[in-house]
Write a protein that binds this ligand. Structure first.
Ligand code: ISL
Ligand code: CA
Length: 561
């Protein structure tokens, strides 16, 4: 009955291929492994699979360093494997979106090899070369500029040294990106893209020093000099007009942080840029937004604010009705720690299971397109705090730790940073998916990254037929979401009792106002007496509790009368 496009009510499941499932025993997840688990993915209520980079890559940044947009990483499989995966996805009435990494390539990409070969190479200007470096900080620590001995200039690399930034100012470069990274895959039948670092393409062309954000530091976050820069909306409009608009596509841009005005430019339908974006308010709660490891701790009102910020721009200020913009709902991805460790409680089995389900209840009742990350559906946790720093393999973590150790620090300071790394490192999302309690957690061969020690307790096999498992809670909650789309996916979101630091209480109201639901979540490990709204209990993570007392981590969805 609704005229809304399919991607608004879609449930998206993100696969990060290296750690999903290994079909040939070499310890690296692969495309055939994904194909073998499509029924699991579908059983959740998934409509769309977002596949993190599967392209040819040296894997310095686990595939976000692409050396050929039109080839499959041989460690993940072949083009035939990819065609089969796509066909099997479609057979199950799902769609596939890919990762679009076009702010930079790998330094092994043919374009960059040409560009660096001489100052007068025709592709020299496809990347950003300068005689002098400025003070910009790389997202992976240190200077954002790398010196190239051969031609004696610096190239910009906002991420790893092997991830040179493309020069979007050059129209020829943009054309090449559209053809090779987008059109090629649309023509193969994919349904859109998750657009990596979608806010970073337009750099302020003076390349001036960034102001001091972190006093005493040599390099400083470039901030607005690179994020949502002067031509960013022009570039997105061009990409939409030249490519995306020709397909029935879904696009979700990774923007991170931006003003409300920019948000509306990115995702208002009339602007013709992209459908929706990922904002990082929630996943950055308690952290400095330029450096997550500068962490100050969690509090529930900050968390409420973050969730408000991520979707308030899709409602008209005056009427409260939806406008023509759209938003996303997510709490995990391959760059984030596990939500049950971060926002829930893993100190015992009961709290683990209950808080994982409470977070599922939160996610499945918020407005926007819902994204679930591999392993989230079984309540996978962060790695053990006992892991040695050498077990962490992510370039972001390693570079940060090395940069920190370039200056003297006390044992207390080191221990403090190690604690924060354990809480927030991207590695936490990247351990192999735990399929069963057998060797290597049923993932395949001896995995490229150490499996989480708790795989015997937390795995798909032990949860799939247990009606009380986290997995079946996710399935039920997604079913409920699909039963009441007007209220849960499209409804107006209003936080009640904002100042409460223990309970997160909000209402969802269908656009025409005929249905109203309340969500009440106890974010503490204590019983809390609470004036719970009267009505029909639609979903709860504790069977049959209709008392006025919320158990630790209890969550309820109530249809209020
Ligand atoms: O995770 C981060 C570092 O703490 C973020 O700053 C992250 O680098 C940023 O959100 C951009 O992420 C995306 O592009 C990166 C890649 O490493 C991430 O995996 C990807 O999601 C470079 O392509
Ligand atoms: Ca493999």
């Amino acid at each position: 009955e609704s005229q809304e496009p399919w991607w608004k009510s879609a449930v998206v499941y993100q696969v990060w291929p290296a750690s999903f499932k290994d079909s040939n025993g070499d310890g690296i997840g692969d495309l055939n492994g994904i194909t073998s688990e499509l029924d699991h993915i579908k059983s959740l209520g998934t409509d769309v699979i977002w596949l993190s980079p599967h392209y040819a890559s040296p894997l310095d940044d686990m595939g976000y360093d692409i050396s050929d947009y039109n080839a499959i990483n041989p460690q993940f499989g072949t083009m035939e494997d990819m065609d089969r995966l796509l066909a099997e996805i479609k057979k199950r009435d799902m769609r596939l979106i890919l990762d679009l990494v076009i702010n930079h390539t790998s330094s092994e990409h043919a374009w960059f090899k040409e560009s660096r070969s001489s100052r007068d190479n025709p592709k020299r200007d496809w990347y950003i070369w300068k005689d002098n470096a400025n003070n910009w900080l790389s997202f992976f620590s240190g200077s954002a500029w790398a010196y190239d001995e051969k031609t004696k200039q610096y190239y910009l690399r906002l991420f790893a040294e092997t991830q040179p930034d493309l020069n979007w100012e050059n129209p020829e470069t943009r054309e090449a990106i559209y053809k090779s990274a987008l059109e090629f895959w649309y023509e193969k039948g994919v349904s859109g893209f998750r657009i990596d670092t979608a806010g970073l393409y337009s750099k302020v062309q003076t390349f001036e020093d960034a102001p001091i954000t972190f006093p005493g530091e040599k390099y400083q976050p470039a901030g607005p000099l690179i994020n949502s820069g002067p031509r960013i909306h022009e570039f997105h409009k061009e990409m939409y007009e030249k490519v995306t608009s020709r397909y029935d596509a879904m696009t979700v841009g990774e923007v991170g942080h931006c003003s409300k005005a920019d948000a509306l430019k990115y995702v208002s339908a009339k602007e013709k840029e992209m459908n929706m974006m990922f904002l990082f308010d929630t996943v950055d709660v308690g952290s400095d937004k330029s450096d997550r490891f500068r962490y100050k701790g969690f509090n529930l009102t900050d968390f409420k604010d973050a969730i408000i910020n991520q979707s308030e721009f899709i409602f008209d200020d005056e009427t409260g009705e939806l406008n023509d913009a759209w938003s996303t709902v997510f709490i995990e991805n391959h760059d984030q720690p596990r939500c049950v460790t971060r926002f829930g409680n893993t100190s015992n089995k009961l709290f683990w299971s209950r808080s994982a389900k409470m977070l599922a209840l939160l996610q499945t009742t918020l407005t926007g397109t819902l994204f679930v990350y591999q392993g989230q559906e079984i309540g996978m946790t962060n790695v053990s705090p006992k892991w040695d720093i050498s077990e962490y393999l992510d370039i972001n973590t390693i570079n940060y730790w090395n940069a920190f150790n370039e200056t003297e620090h006390s044992d207390e300071e080191k221990a403090e940073l190690l604690k924060i790394i354990n809480l927030l490192a991207r590695d936490n999302a990247r351990t192999p998916v735990q399929w069963d309690s057998s060797e290597n957690g049923g993932f395949g061969g001896k995995p490229w990254m150490r499996i989480n020690d708790n795989y015997k307790d937390i795995n798909v096999a032990s949860q799939k037929d247990d009606p009380n498992s986290v997995l079946n809670f996710y399935r039920n909650a997604i079913k409920t979401r699909k039963l009441y789309p007007e209220t849960l996916t499209f409804g107006r979101f209003e936080v009640q009792d904002y100042d409460n630091q223990e309970v997160f209480y909000y209402t969802k109201t269908s656009n025409k106002g005929q249905k109203k639901m309340a969500v009440v979540l106890n974010f503490t490990d204590r019983e809390v007496e609470y004036p719970i709204p009267q009505g029909k209990l639609l979903l709860s993570n504790i069977a049959n509790n209709i008392t006025g007392k919320l158990q630790p981590y209890e969550g309820r969805l109530i249809e209020v009368n």
